[in-house]
Design a binder for this molecule. Structure first.
Ligand code: FMN
Length: 350
């Protein structure tokens, strides 16, 4: 694959799709968009397999698991679902018809989706906007400006998330629910940070953005110089900063213009994959509307807090199972988090 995006997927140029010679080249190009998806700790837990019959498999790469914060690989599958949403969206935008079967083989739990290319089709009208959102989207952990999220954007995010009927996006009203959720986030911080195993796992994925692995989180994502990533990791590993982290996240939760929770009917790998797709579609709608999002998943990751979060949202049967807690607003745009190049995540049969 030529072009700057062969080394840095963020540099992908959609105009080059037309020059892709053959099905395999077009699928490789679509994977470039897939890897721009968010993932917990930026582990990028996906592996693509281009098979001899020109079908493409999306697999979970369990070597990139986060056993402490994500013991069931739930967030791992959500990240892969987000990558699948980008791949589908890029195909629609660029004019490649795909048939996607999720979890096609009950005997292979790593195989999350089989993608069958059906040939060129007419590019979607909104395609260019969607592709721009994919390269513009960032997780922004900074404080947001107070500008409210316009009703039309909330509706667009709900429409995007709920398009397939497999997930629901709940916007959380300002008070008192927002305060209750902020308290749960703070409680989650204290529980997680008190656990040395959690801190070790987090620190293991904190690194300079100029390292060779092209994954993990730089200090830059948290508002500090990239050079200090190593020192930040050492601090996280060594000290329980639960109290200060709780105060910081509580202020972010209460100070953001909006919070939203993504939920699914059940809590199976199929739900997680659907949640990931719904999440990414919602994030792209939010990005296209000039807003940004970041995550406060602590009350979902700490098992004892998850039912409390669901109860805060309303009638449990109607709310569903919470999968992601987000805050949304306008804020500073961080530098892009690094991505592994397509050649590192794609295995090709001859
Ligand atoms: C399933 C999932 C869980 C995440 N959980 C958190 C979280 O709890 N806190 C946080 O700050 N970021 C969280 N993130 C964001 C990732 O850290 C982020 O996507 C990654 O560092 C890459 O950065 P980018 O989204 O700007 O490309 C999560 C992302 C995903 C997909």
């Amino acid at each position: 694959m030529d072009g700057a995006w062969a080394d840095d997927p963020w540099a992908v140029d959609p105009a080059s799709f037309a020059a892709c010679d053959g099905t395999r080249a077009r699928l490789r190009f679509l994977v470039t968009y897939a890897v721009l998806a968010p993932s917990g700790h930026n582990t990028q837990p996906w592996l693509f397999r281009l098979r001899a019959d020109d079908t493409l498999d999306l697999c979970a790469d369990r070597t990139r698991a986060l056993p402490v914060v994500d013991p069931e690989d739930r967030e791992m599958v959500i990240g892969c679902g987000a990558a699948l949403a980008n791949l589908r969206g890029a195909a629609e935008a660029l004019g490649e018809s795909l048939q996607v079967e999720v979890l096609p083989d009950p005997a292979d739990r790593d195989l999350l989706a089989r993608i069958v290319p059906l040939g060129p089709c007419t590019p979607s009208i909104a395609g260019a906007r969607l592709l721009r959102a994919m390269t513009a989207r960032r997780t922004s952990r900074f404080a947001f400006a107070p500008d409210p999220v316009p009703e039309i954007l909330r509706a667009a995010a709900i429409e995007a998330a709920e398009r397939t009927g497999e997930a629901r996006l709940h916007w959380v009203e300002p008070f008192p629910r927002r305060h209750a959720l902020a308290l749960l986030v703070a409680e989650g911080d204290r529980v997680q940070m008190a656990d040395p195993a959690f801190r070790h796992e987090l620190a293991a994925w904190m690194r300079s953005r100029h390292g060779a692995t092209r994954d993990g989180m730089s200090g830059a994502a948290f508002g500090m110089p990239d050079l200090l990533s190593f020192a930040a990791a050492a601090t996280v590993r060594t000290f329980d900063m639960g109290t200060s982290q709780a105060a910081k996240d509580m202020a972010l939760a209460e100070g953001s213009p909006a919070l939203a929770v993504l939920a699914t009917p059940g809590d199976t790998p199929r739900d997680w994959l659907a949640a990931g797709e719904a999440l990414q579609r919602a994030l792209l709608a939010i990005t296209a509307g000039g807003f940004t999002a970041s995550f406060l998943n602590q009350p979902i990751e700490v098992p004892a807090l998850r039912p409390k979060l669901a109860a805060e949202l309303g009638v449990p049967g109607e709310v569903g199972v919470p999968q992601m807690l987000m805050r949304i607003g306008r804020g500073p745009k961080p530098v892009p988090a690094v991505r592994r190049p397509v050649r590192d995540v794609l295995r090709e049969a001859p």
